[in-house]
Design a protein around this ligand. Structure first.
Ligand code: 13P
Ligand code: SF4
Length: 369
C-alpha cells in the first residue's frame, strides 16, 4: 500500500479510549502489556521515532541494524515495528513462519519508497535493457516496497541501506557494468561519487517522462542510472544553511545523512547513516560543535544526550519525518492490547511470491560484508 493510500485509510478507527488516555496511563499500560507478553513480544524502534515511543523499544537502530535484529528475534511471536511500512515489510520478509509483524499505525509510510512504483520500474527496465543490453544490475535502497525488492531479487540484484551502500555498490559493479539505483537518486549519486565515479558517468531516469535527465557525458559510458526519487525531509537541508552556520561559528562541524543532495554532502564535513551520525557524536570531544542534517527527533535526542557538546539541527525550520511520527503511544498501546486480546491489528503480511524474491535481494545484501 502506498503512503498516499495509507493516508486514505482512516485511522480514526483508533478507539476513543486511547485518544483520551493520559500520558501516565498510556505509559503504565504499555509497560504492563510488555510485561504480560514477555518473550512473545519484541518492539523494534527506528532512531527517527519520537522519544516517548522509542523508550519502549527493546532494540533501536537504523534500518540495517533493525533488519538484522528483526531476523534474529526467533523467540518472539510478535514483532511490533515502531518505524515505517517498508521496514515492517522487511521484518516480515525475514521473519519466521511463526512470527507476526505489526505496524502500530498503518499510515506510517515513506514518501520516498512510494516514488518507485513496480509498473514504472518494469517499464523502465524494458527500455533500459533494450538500450544497454544485459549490462545492468538493479539495486534498491531498503526504503522501497517489498514489490520493488522482489523485482530486484528476480533480476539478480540486491538491496542496500545508507550504512552499507558503498559495499553493496562495489559488489554490484563486480557483477555488471551498470547499476540501476532505486529509488533515492541522492544516496546513489553520493555513494557512487565517493567511490570515484564521476558525475559524467551518471544519469537520472525520470519515470514520469520516460527520459534521461542530467546527461553530462556519453550515454554509452554511463555506469549509474539514478531513479528520480528523493526524501522530502532531507531535501530541506541546503548549502546556504551550511554557509550560514560556518559564518556564525567557524569551528562548527557539519554532519549530514547521505539522503541530502549532492551539494550539501560535498560541503559537509561528514556524511553517513543514522547509526554513523550517532557514533560520530558519541566519539566527539566535549565542547565540540555540530550542525546535523537529518530527522529532527534524532538530532534533538542527540542534543539531550550530549549536553557537553553543542548540537543543533542544520536547518532553522523543523525537519520531522511526518510518517515516522505517526507512531505514537495511543497506537502502540492499541496494537499491544490487540495482541493480548488474541486479534492483532495492523499485521503486515507480504505475499509468498513477493517474499521469496525480496528475501533473495535482502539475503544478498546481508551476505555482503
Ligand atoms: P537509515 O538507513 O540511516 O536508518 O535511514 C533510513 C531512513 O529512512 C532515512 O531517512
Ligand atoms: Fe522516508 Fe525520508 Fe521519512 Fe526516511 S525520513 S522514512 S526516507 S520520508
Amino acid at each position: 500500500m502506498m503512503a498516499y493510500e495509507l493516508l486514505q485509510y482512516v485511522d480514526s478507527e483508533l478507539p476513543e479510549a486511547y485518544r483520551t488516555m493520559s500520558g501516565e496511563e498510556l505509559d503504565r499500560r504499555i509497560l504492563e502489556a510488555k510485561r504480560k507478553l514477555g518473550k512473545d513480544l519484541v518492539i523494534l524502534g527506528h532512531h527517527y521515532q519520537r522519544d516517548d515511543v522509542i523508550r519502549f523499544a527493546d532494540f533501536r537502530g537504523d534500518s540495517l541494524k533493525l533488519a538484522r535484529l528483526g531476523a534474529e528475534q526467533k523467540d518472539a511471536r510478535y514483532i511490533v515495528f515502531c518505524g515505517v511500512h517498508f521496514m515492517a515489510e522487511t521484518a516480515d520478509t525475514l521473519a519466521g513462519e511463526h512470527q507476526q509483524v505489526i505496524l502500530p499505525d498503518l499510515r506510517a509510510g515513506c514518501s520516498m519508497a512510494d516514488m518507485a512504483d513496480l509498473e514504472e520500474v518494469e517499464e523502465a527496465w524494458e527500455i533500459l535493457t533494450e538500450r544497454f543490453g544485459d549490462t545492468i544490475i538493479p539495486v534498491t535502497y531498503v526504503n522501497s516496497s517489498a514489490a520493488i525488492k522482489a523485482f530486484v531479487g528476480r533480476h539478480g540484484g540486491t538491496t542496500c541501506t545508507s550504512s552499507n551502500a558503498r559495499g553493496v555498490l562495489e559488489w554490484a559493479f563486480s557483477q555488471k557494468k551498470r547499476i540501476l539505483f532505486l529509488p533515492d537518486q541522492h544516496l546513489g549519486r553520493n555513494t557512487a561519487y565517493d567511490m570515484g565515479i564521476p558525475l559524467e558517468e551518471m544519469v537520472v531516469w525520470d519515470p514520469k517522462s520516460g527520459k534521461f535527465e542530467e546527461i553530462r557525458g556519453d550515454l554509452g559510458a554511463v555506469r549509474m542510472i539514478l531513479w528520480k526519487g528523493h526524501c522530502s525531509v532531507h531535501q530541506k537541508f541546503t548549502e546556504e544553511q551550511i554557509k550560514s552556520w560556518r559564518e556564525r561559528i567557524p569551528d562548527i562541524n557539519i554532519l549530514v545523512h547521505p539522503e541530502c543532495n549532492f551539494d550539501v554532502v560535498q560541503n559537509a564535513d561528514y556524511s553517513g547513516s543514522t547509526e554513523y551520525i550517532i557514533k560520530t557524536i558519541e566519539a566527539a570531544p566535549a565542547g565540540s560543535k555540530w550542525a546535523i542534517g537529518t530527522e529532527v527527533n534524532l538530532v534533538q535526542r542527540l542534543a539531550n544526550e550530549h549536553p557537553d557538546k553543542m548540537i543543533v539541527l542544520l536547518s532553522s525550520t523543523m525537519c520531522p519525518c511526518l510518517t515516522m511520527n505517526r507512531i505514537d503511544r495511543p497506537h502502540l498501546l492499541w496494537a499491544l492490547d490487540s495482541i493480548l486480546d488474541g486479534t492483532p491489528i495492523h499485521v503486515i503480511e507480504v505475499d509468498e511470491e513477493t517474499k521469496h524474491w525480496s528475501k533473495k535481494a535482502l539475503d544478498r545484501m546481508l551476505a555482503i560484508k
